[in-house]
Design a protein around this ligand. Structure first.
Ligand code: NAD
Length: 383
């Protein structure tokens, strides 16, 4: 595979291939961009079908982390790690500690956290080898599992989308199809139900479906039918790539807003959704609650209420994206990319970082695309 020519390669700063024959660890750490700060992003443990799949995933996920932090106004760059292993079979203490040593060798350029296939306990094991770990459950200022915060952010984002698309200020009577009832999807169901929404749910793990039926009165459906439901909102909270050539024509919801990373199989699918009149909440904008929460962890004492308030700002940020999308006649996915690049570009060229408030009329410069740190970028007059 040619990495530099990969469609997912986006001027990544560094990609490190990590091999530990003793534990069997095969991992990739991708650092996309550190203009705004150290590269923060979780570690995914997944049984990738091929090495190419793992590389494509880590390249795309790490770019998403750069954009996520930039949009949220966080002092972080973007990075991500993937471990090619079965999380239920291959995850040993030796493997996790070997990964921790590779993270440590990055000397703070990359800070890891949990992602799919990783638990807070696993993160504690990694942390025995390195201090460059976030989302810890132990120690001063630790905030624990970020998933409930991610779910809260997605909940506020769904409220924004419902307001914008359906003109409703509340979720009472709104019907949501939730795909994936794991750490985020399960918590999201709780928030939605408490706000009066009704639910259709699916998961490949039947026990989780039955829990949601019992706890929230949700209607179950098959995993391959969840995106076809006649609902107000389709909320993908499982894996990426769910918005593709096959599924998009079958989506009947006017809104897609969920937690999963890399929901668009390819960037062009953002335009496909817009062409069909479906309002898409860009994944890295709506699912930033976890990484926002991690920022609060750096403070002397973790304050959950302060974290919740900051995560709640996702609602306003999405309303800005939707308004700018309408004004410019461009898909929300492109607008979000543009806004994130504006922040990174402004920081790189010595301009102002607008702390996440990048609405129309902002003072940022137009970003033509990302550049490697240290690249000299010509300053332009403001837009
Ligand atoms: P998780 O592993 O706890 O949950 C994922 C769930 O999806 C599991 O229950 C799994 O059985 C289910 N699933 C897998 N394939 C499915 C399918 N085809 N149909 C239905 N269900 C299926 O993961 P999570 O932490 O809840 O994260 C969910 C998504 O949100 C991931 O894409 C993750 O990258 C993203 N995300 C998570 C966080 C976080 O704080 N955990 C933050 C940002 C983004």
């Amino acid at each position: 595979m040619r990495y530099f020519e990969s469609p997912q390669f986006s001027d990544h700063e560094q990609v490190a291939f990590c091999n530990d024959p003793v534990s069997g660890l095969r991992a990739i750490i991708a650092i996309h961009d550190r203009t705004l700060g150290p590269a923060v992003g979780g570690c995914r443990i997944w049984d990738y079908v091929s090495e190419e799949d793992a590389i494509e995933d880590v390249l795309r996920l790490s770019r998403g982390m750069s954009y996520k932090s930039a949009l949220a106004g966080l002092p972080f760059g973007g990075g991500k790690a993937v471990i090619r292993a079965n999380p239920h079979r291959d995850k040993t203490e030796e493997l996790l500690r070997a990964f921790g040593r590779f993270v440590d060798a990055q000397q703070g350029r990359y800070i890891t956290a949990e992602d799919v296939g990783m638990t807070v306990e696993d993160i504690e094991t990694v942390a025995r080898e390195t201090r460059y770990v976030a989302g810890r459950s132990e120690g001063e200022g630790a905030s624990g599992d970020p998933s409930p915060m991610t779910a809260y952010g997605v909940f506020t984002g769904i409220r924004a989308a419902v307001t914008h698309r359906l003109g409703k200020g509340a979720l009472d009577g709104v019907r949501v199809a939730v795909q994936g009832l794991g750490n985020v999807g399960g918590n999201l169901c709780r928030y939605l139900r408490a706000a009066g929404a009704s639910l259709v749910v699916s998961d490949v793990r039947e026990a989780l479906v039955q829990e949601a039926v019992a706890a929230y009165g949700a209607d179950p459906t098959e995993p391959d039918a969840i995106h076809q439901q006649q609902v107000d909102v389709f909320a993908p909270c499982a894996l990426g790539g769910i918005l593709n050539d096959q599924t998009i024509p079958e989506i009947r919801a006017p809104i897609v807003a969920g937690a999963a990373n890399n929901q668009l199989a390819e960037d062009r699918h953002g335009s496909e959704l817009a062409n069909r009149g479906i309002l898409y909440a860009p994944d890295y904008a709506i699912n930033a609650g976890g990484v926002i929460n991690i920022t609060e962890e750096g403070k002397a004492h973790y304050d959950r209420d302060r974290a919740l308030a900051r995560v709640g700002e996702i609602r306003g940020r999405l309303l800005t994206i939707f308004a700018r999308s309408d004004a410019e006649g461009l898909p929300t996915s492109l607008i979000a990319d543009e806004m994130a690049r504006e922040v990174i570009f402004a920081a790189r060229s010595g301009g102002r970082i607008l702390n996440g408030s990048m609405g129309r009329g902002s003072q940022t410069e137009k970003a033509p695309g990302l550049h490697l740190p240290g690249t000299v970028v010509q300053k332009k007059s403001g837009t």
